[in-house]
Design a protein. Structure first.
Length: 80
């Protein structure tokens, strides 16, 4: 298994987040995950809603997402 160097990749994209959830057998779509982030449902990410000519914007912590999903599933997850 490939090891992710968190110091080189401290954040992840929405695509990365969805792929990480799917790799661990959880359904994830960019729109739904974006809704959760903007609503403040995930402690590992922050997001701004669309407006003023901008799409939604996110900052997603890779280490935070890994820790959160490990805890949520109560197991070591597949990291991407």
């Amino acid at each position: 298994m490939q090891t992710v160097d968190l110091s080189l990749n401290p954040t992840m994209t929405m695509y990365d987040l969805c792929e990480y959830f799917k790799a661990n057998l959880l359904p994830a779509s960019p729109d739904t995950m974006g809704d959760y982030i903007v609503a403040g449902k995930f402690p590992f990410a922050i997001g701004l809603p669309a407006g003023d000519g901008h799409d939604r914007r996110y900052i997603i912590s890779r280490a935070g997402a890994y820790l959160w999903l490990d805890d949520f599933l109560k197991t070591e997850t597949i990291k991407i």
